[in-house]
Design a protein around this ligand. Structure first.
Ligand SMILES: *Cc1c(COP(=O)(O)O)cnc(C)c1O
Length: 465
């Protein structure tokens, strides 16, 4: 399968080159030239499959020709063996036709493990085959960093550098990163904010001359196609468990960079009967304003109780725009030429989006109230991101007889302060494998917000390994 850029001016790439590429050379994101699709009969045959076997069936058409079936099965097997629940992505019922899809059973307690455990194994396989050693560099506001480190720590051909804003991630989030003491893992605490971290990563990708000869940077954020691809699987898994293809199923997704919900859109394009996808946002509600009122105007970033969704401009929205505008890269390039400018969609693009997507925004006060309400009604404890998805689903769902699946993107123990506001007397213990997190040794390098200093640190570290 070939992959093309959403801006139409970069060369098309194979699957493995796409995975190792990051952004396309024209600034666009890679998407498959055409999507595989599954017939009603094929979806019916997915019923009852183990998560890993289902993942194989969904992913195989994207990679066929570049990985053998045996290689792909091996990658999937290793990616999901560290999940704590036999179902990998268990469903829990919380109301009439309302379900929670628990995507936090992986090693770092957030849904990002689904993609990054897979990506780490995929990198390892591809790099061994090529005999190449690469440098992974990424910025994190919390969850991506730990999931990427867990995914890559055992990869022989990767050195990984993760930048987080010094003193601005939670203790649990920081320790999940800094207590990994592998020789190929480097945590940089940057004296700046998340944007500074991200700008530093961008500048490093643009000029990689600071790296030792023969090394290059590889991206692990959700512009990487393989991350989106791995997330398509759980939409099929949940829908088939709840009766698809005989029943239509809907999803509500706590949204930041639009990667997770875009995977749901792809599942629908591939034949899964989904009627409604709910974009659930916190006070950073640009996508809600866009879908509900055609107002995509960036505003000042607000810090909320759901920090993993504190994002001003969602990078993966570009992949949706590409489809909404008939896959015309020139139009997308034009629309996105200035990402800080207001954007208005054409009537045609907007009505196409609204056939599938609904949206809602939930503020901190309401988030806390929803955690409390759901606990009172069924004893289930939501994390603040998931609470936003549940509330949005309840506000905008079109059908009360079709199942509504709310994606649970994090374990409540990862965000204890927000949960404590709703349930001050509840103790939410960390899962067994993290019980000693606060006793473990930490290792990180605090660096000033200075590109040269960061590059010096990286070059020295890479020279030594
Ligand atoms: C990353 C993250 C999100 C947002 O996902 P996107 O794919 O960026 O939309 C939501 N919740 C949690 C807990 C996350 O870590």
């Amino acid at each position: 399968m070939k992959f093309i850029s959403t801006r139409g001016r970069a060369p098309s790439l194979s699957f493995s080159d796409t995975v190792l590429a990051g952004l396309a050379s024209d600034g666009g994101l890679y998407v498959p030239e055409s999507l595989p699709s599954f017939s009603t009969e094929e979806i019916r045959a997915m019923s009852g499959l183990d998560y890993r076997e289902l993942a194989f069936r969904i992913i195989q058409p994207f990679v066929g020709g570049e990985l053998t079936d045996e290689e792909l099965r091996g990658i999937i097997e290793r990616a999901y063996r560290n999940f704590r629940h036999g179902a990998i992505a268990p469903l829990v019922q919380t109301g009439s036709n309302e379900w929670i899809l628990e995507l936090f059973q992986g090693p770092t307690l957030a849904f990002k493990d689904f993609a990054l455990q897979f990506l780490g194994q995929l990198f390892d396989h591809l790099l061994k085959k090529r005999g190449e050693r690469v440098v992974v560099m990424g910025a994190t506001s919390g969850d991506t960093g730990s999931a990427a480190i867990e995914g890559c720590r055992h990869c022989d051909n990767i050195d990984i550098f993760i930048l987080h804003p010094h003193n601005r991630v939670s203790d649990v989030q920081r320790r999940q990163m800094t207590t990994v003491l592998s020789d190929n893992v480097f945590n940089i605490a940057l004296e700046g904010n998340f944007d500074d971290c991200q700008n530093m990563v961008k500048a490093s990708f643009a000029d990689q001359s600071f790296l030792p000869d023969g090394r290059r940077l590889v991206a692990v954020n959700s512009i990487n196609w393989a991350r989106i691809m791995a997330q398509i699987v759980y939409y099929f898994y949940a829908a088939v468990s709840l009766g698809a293809p005989e029943r239509t199923v809907n999803f509500s997704v706590p949204t930041g960079n639009f990667g997770d919900i875009f995977a749901g859109y792809l599942a629908r394009q591939m034949g899964l009967p989904i009627d409604q996808l709910v974009i659930a946002t916190n006070a950073n509600d640009i996508l809600h304003r866009c879908i509900s009122g055609n107002d995509h105007t960036p505003r000042e970033l607000v810090h909320s109780l759901s920090p993993s969704m504190d994002i001003m401009v969602s990078s993966n929205f570009e992949r949706l725009l590409f489809d909404l505008y008939g896959r015309d890269g020139a139009v997308v390039a034009d629309l996105l030429a200035d990402r800080s400018a207001p954007m208005h969609l054409s009537q045609d693009a907007l009505s196409k989006a609204r056939e599938v997507f609904s949206s809602w925004t939930v503020d901190d006060q309401r988030t806390v109230a929803v955690i409390r309400e759901l606990y009172d009604s069924c004893g289930y404890i939501l994390d603040p991101h998931t609470a936003i998805g549940v509330e949005a689903a309840r506000q905008v769902r079109r059908s009360t007889v079709e199942p509504m699946v709310c994606l649970s993107t994090a374990h409540p123990a990862k965000f204890p302060d927000a949960v404590a506001r709703a349930l001050p007397t509840e103790q939410i213990p960390l899962p067994a494998h993290m019980q000693d997190l606060f006793e473990r040794e930490e290792r990180m390098k605090v660096l000033p917000n200075d590109l040269g200093k960061v590059h010096d640190f990286m070059a020295t570290a890479l020279g030594a390994v």
